[in-house]
Ligand binder design. Structure first.
Ligand SMILES: [Zn+2]
Length: 342
């Protein structure tokens, strides 16, 4: 098969579109022909080098496609079904996995991180990862591939970690990012007031279309000052953070007393400062969040398949154009997902 692989870590130039061995189907797996694989910032971190990545390596976490072969031990699937994949690897038999807490499994990793991903034509995955796209759903393959990682991540952050409640005020950073797009819609789904940030007029207008009540231009306005103004100096209940150092201080300052910051990423770098006096005197909660559970994935997909939550595709590239796609993502030009096609 054809695949986008890296043989060394580095810039977009290390991406190679080349022949790779077809996956060998185990008896407990399903073989899927990949029709679309959406990009995430994780692709860039993996390309630059993360511990646990074995070379050569196939990138890509978010897969939609069709089943082509079903392993002997698998029931409930036919060939030719439209499916998307749960973008994670877990052992499926430890105490955490059987309790439904797959993202606490010791073997847990994201598809395309410590295991080969979906920037290729064929992938073999355990049946538990394979989720049929209902016939009633209007999603095409590019839209379906744009859902799993970011909608699961945002759902787990807001419901599983920050315990969102109707009527709260939520600050979602980076309206144009996949997690931002999912976070805005999920917070509105819970009847919350949503403040978000974007970098230009076009992105600000799109954020409003998604349902954001207030949009801050993070290049022209100071986020925490605008949040204070919008909330009448009260601050927000929850900050959905994934940016890191560029927004961290503003994120903490935007919280009301006993507010919750939940973070799933570090797009602008891993190190931030914390004034402990500020954290304890304002009784803040700072929570980490990593992907989510299979139960949460099925839960959020129900709302996506019914059309209440919508993925946004920015543009598509072919696998052969993966380098251009990475360069495009690194310039943050997108509003929504960048999707690669065979
Ligand atoms: Zn496990």
């Amino acid at each position: 098969m054809k695949a986008v692989r890296i043989h060394e870590f580095g810039g977009p130039e290390v991406l190679r579109y080349e022949d790779a061995p077809d996956p060998q189907l185990r008896k407990d797996q399903v073989l899927v022909r990949i029709r679309a694989c959406a990009m995430n910032h994780l692709d860039i971190w993996v390309r630059k080098g993360l511990p646990g990545v074995k070379l050569p390596h196939i990138l890509g976490s978010d897969v939609a496609g069709e089943t082509v072969e079903v392993g002997e031990y698998v029931s409930g699937f036919q060939t030719g079904q439209r499916v998307l994949l749960a973008p994670m690897h877990f052992c499926n038999h430890c105490a955490k996995c059987v309790a439904g807490l797959q993202n606490q499994c010791r073997e847990f990793t994201v598809l395309g991180n410590a295991v080969d991903g979906g920037n290729c034509e064929l992938i073999a995955v355990p049946a538990v990862n394979v989720i049929p796209i209902p016939e009633s759903s209007k999603l095409d393959f590019n839209q379906a591939a744009s859902v799993p990682l970011v909608f699961l991540t945002a759902w787990h952050m807001l419901t599983g970690r920050a315990a969102i409640r109707p009527g709260q005020t939520v600050l979602v950073l980076g309206a144009n990012s996949g997690v931002g797009i999912a976070g805005i819609q999920i917070a509105k789904f819970f009847q919350c007031r949503v403040i978000t940030t974007a970098g230009d007029d076009n992105k600000m207008a799109k954020a409003r279309e998604l349902g954001a009540d207030y949009v801050i231009n993070h290049y022209q306005q100071k986020i925490s000052e605008e949040v204070r103004r919008i909330t009448n100096k009260e601050g927000v209940d929850i900050v959905l953070e994934h940016v890191g150092p560029a927004t961290w201080d503003d994120s903490l300052r935007s919280l009301k007393p006993a507010g919750t910051l939940v973070t799933c990423g570090a797009t602008t770098g891993p190190q931030v400062g914390i004034d402990l006096r500020f954290v304890y005197s304002r009784q803040l909660s700072i929570l980490g969040s990593y992907m989510g559970t299979m139960g949460e994935l099925h839960e959020v997909l129900k709302h996506v398949f019914s059309g209440r939550l919508k993925p946004i595709v920015d543009r598509t590239f072919t696998f052969a154009e993966a380098r251009a796609a990475h360069e495009y993502m690194e310039k943050s030009r997108m509003f929504g997902k960048i999707v690669l096609n065979p």
